[in-house]
Each structure stands twice: as structure tokens, then as C-alpha cells.
Design a protein around this ligand. Structure first.
Ligand SMILES: [Mn+2]
Length: 369
């Protein structure tokens, strides 16, 4: 595998890199005459140095004019909101935490033989204007943003935010299609009770998402559920709605390939598209301390990356990574893990020819709430 990947790199184009360097030199001016590498510019305007520059997601172009988002295959959008948290807050800083560490990465993945800069176009549209103390108004803003991005043709990549945003994101995508949507949801928590402390907190998104007519609960697959943090209030809903639940024990027993196959079967059964919701707390809290409800005994990072790669290979209509709380993080490791979930998802989609595959399901115009 190692040598095969080395061979594969020779076939990848380099046009994206050349365009980036030309743009950097045009905008950032010529480097000092003492610098031999004439691809370097006076001002950092591209990938290098990794620690320099303005922190968009992986240095993707910042698209300030939302009307241009459809010019890109995929768009990163932040949903900085922690009003739905029921223990540790801080996920309002999640989008900036993930963006900050994303400067570390190049767009190339060795094992996949994928170069995101050469094989797709990515932009960062910045953050949704969330309303800090109002869950419902924030939900409306998030649904509109996701619906607008999806209707434009770009693949939405949502940086949470706590998991309460899992309802409005799906409501947004479901509003621009008449087609049936399944959800693959990685989490330690079932998040499917109707209310928590009288509000639609981060414990509730899948009650509300699967009440949407074209998002049936039977197409909801919840992977990694278990431990001591699943509220009993969720259980009657799981039973009544016939959701698909996979525990860490199931994963240990069946193996990653089998679990991914089962998840894909259930999520895609009579469905036309699948949304990925990745709660970072599905991973053992030793690896993701910066999260709202840390729980030991979850997925190992290698398992998490393998699973998302497998489920993304069939294509997705959008994704979110939630529950990254930088104030509780150490050395950016939780943000880094969230970043890997995103780039591994994109890499797998690109490797399997699925980037852009969601476009045919978008058959309704954007109608704002
Ligand atoms: Mn969770």
C-alpha cells in the first residue's frame, strides 16, 4: 500500500498549486532578491508558511459575498453557538479552533492519493450570525445558511457549535429537496429526546430532525452510542422511531467494515442522499478533551477515521462536525481531530468520485425562514 500510494502521486495534477503560487506572487509581490526560490512571495498569500496568514479553513478563499458560494464545490461555514449545551460551554469557539489548526495541513493525503486543491474547489464563507442567547432564532439562521449553500450547489461543511445545530442543519438541507434524506450520526449520546430543561438543547436534534417528513427516523443511523451519558428520556423515542443504533461493543464485535456496511444500508434504504453528523465526543475523551460531555471508552482516532472514510465513499449531501470546545482543549488536539474528520470525509468523497454528487437531489429553491 505504501509503494502504491507513492506511484499514484505521479498522476495527480499540479495546476491548483501553480495557480496558488501565481496568485500569491501577483497579490503578495516578489520575494527579496536573496531568496532563491522564486515561488516565494513577499507576503504570505497561499499555503506557506503554515503558521502565517489569515485563518480561513485550510487557507481556502474567504468568500465574503454569499452570492458567489455556488462557484465552489464545497463551502465551509461556521455555526458558532453553545446555547444548547447542558454542561461545558465553549463550542461557540469551535469554528475558530478548527480553522486555526487547519493551517497545519496541506491538501494532499498520502494513503488516499488525493489532493483536495487539485481535485475540488473549496471556500470558507465565514460564520453564521448566531444569536447567543436564543436557540430558536439561531436555528432559523442556521437552516437558512445551510439551505442557501446547498441550493447554490456547494457541498455544505458546517463547523459547530454544539449538537443542537444538528436539527437546523438537516432542516436546511431538507428544505431544498423533495428527496428522502438519511443521516449517519456518530456520537456517544443518542440526542433524540424532545426537550431538555424545557428547550431544544443539544440532547434533542434527532427528535426534531426525524420529524421532518423527508427525513425518516428509520434512515437515522447512530454509531458509537453508549456509556453513562445517554439520558433515559431518549430511549422511548429510539424504540418508537425504530432508529438504528450501533454501540462501541457492536463495533468491536463486528469490525469497522461490517459496521460501515450496515450503517450505509440503513441510511440509504429508499433514501436519495445521506447527511453526516459527526459529534467529536464519539471518540474516546483521552483524544478529544475539548468537548462538552467527555466520555471515556469511545472510538479510537484510527477507528473514527476509517469509519468516516468508509461511509463517505458512497457520497453525502453535507456534513457537520460538532461539540468542539477549544477552551477545554489541550494543544489543539480536539480541533485537530475535528479537522481530520472533515478532510478524511472530503478525501474519501473525492477518491470515490462523489464530490458534487449531491447536486442532482437539490430540486427546490431556497425559501428563507
Ligand atoms: Mn455527544
Amino acid at each position: 500500500m505504501g509503494w502504491k500510494a507513492a506511484q499514484k502521486e505521479a498522476d495527480l495534477p499540479t495546476k491548483g498549486r501553480e495557480a496558488m503560487i501565481a496568485r500569491a506572487k501577483h497579490l503578495g509581490l516578489e520575494a527579496a532578491s536573496s531568496i532563491q526560490d522564486r515561488d516565494i512571495s513577499m507576503m504570505s498569500r497561499g499555503e506557506l508558511p503554515h503558521f502565517a496568514g489569515i485563518n480561513t479553513f485550510m487557507k481556502a478563499p474567504y468568500v465574503e459575498d454569499m452570492k458567489d458560494v455556488g462557484l465552489y464545490d464545497a463551502a465551509v461555514v461556521g455555526a458558532p453557538f453553545d446555547g444548547g449545551t447542558t454542561y461545558r460551554p465553549g463550542t461557540r469557539f469551535g469554528p475558530q479552533g478548527i480553522r486555526k489548526i487547519s493551517g497545519l495541513y496541506s491538501p494532499y493525503n498520502y494513503e488516499m492519493g488525493v489532493d483536495l486543491r487539485e481535485q475540488m474547489t473549496l471556500c470558507d464563507v465565514g460564520d453564521i450570525f448566531t444569536i447567543p442567547a436564543n436557540i430558536e432564532k439561531t436555528f432559523d439562521q442556521i437552516s437558512n445558511a445551510v439551505a442557501y449553500i446547498a441550493a447554490s450547489g456547494a457541498f455544505p461543511i458546517v463547523l459547530g457549535g454544539d449538537h443542537s445545530i444538528g436539527f437546523p442543519t438537516v432542516r436546511g438541507i431538507a428544505s431544498v429537496t423533495s428527496k428522502r434524506i438519511g443521516i449517519i450520526h456518530f456520537d456517544r449520546h443518542a440526542d433524540i429526546q424532545e426537550k431538555d430543561m424545557d428547550e431544544r438543547m443539544h440532547t434533542t436534534p434527532y427528535f426534531h430532525a426525524t420529524a421532518i417528513p423527508n427525513v425518516p427516523a428509520t434512515n437515522l443511523v447512530q454509531v458509537g452510542i453508549g456509556g453513562w451519558q445517554v439520558p433515559r428520556e431518549a430511549l422511548p423515542e429510539m424504540r418508537a422511531r425504530q432508529t438504528n443504533i450501533v454501540t462501541i461493543g457492536d463495533i468491536e464485535k463486528l469490525g469497522l467494515e461490517k459496521v460501515a456496511e450496515m450503517a450505509l444500508d440503513a441510511a440509504w434504504k429508499d433514501a436519495d442522499a445521506v447527511w453526516l453528523s459527526y459529534d467529536i465526543d464519539s471518540i474516546d475523551c483521552a483524544f478529544v478533551p475539548g468537548t462538552g460531555w467527555p466520555e471515556p471508552g469511545g472510538l479510537l482516532p484510527r477507528e473514527a477515521l476509517k469509519l468516516v472514510g468508509l461511509v463517505a465513499a458512497e457520497g453525502l449531501c453535507g456534513m457537520e462536525v460538532v461539540e468542539v470546545s477549544p477552551p477545554y482543549d489541550h494543544a489543539d488536539i480536539t480541533s485537530l481531530m475535528a479537522l481530520r474528520i472533515i478532510v478524511d470525509t472530503l478525501g474519501s468523497m473525492v477518491a470515490h468520485g462523489k464530490m458534487g454528487a449531491h447536486k442532482p437531489i437539490i430540486d427546490k429553491p431556497f425559501v428563507p425562514l
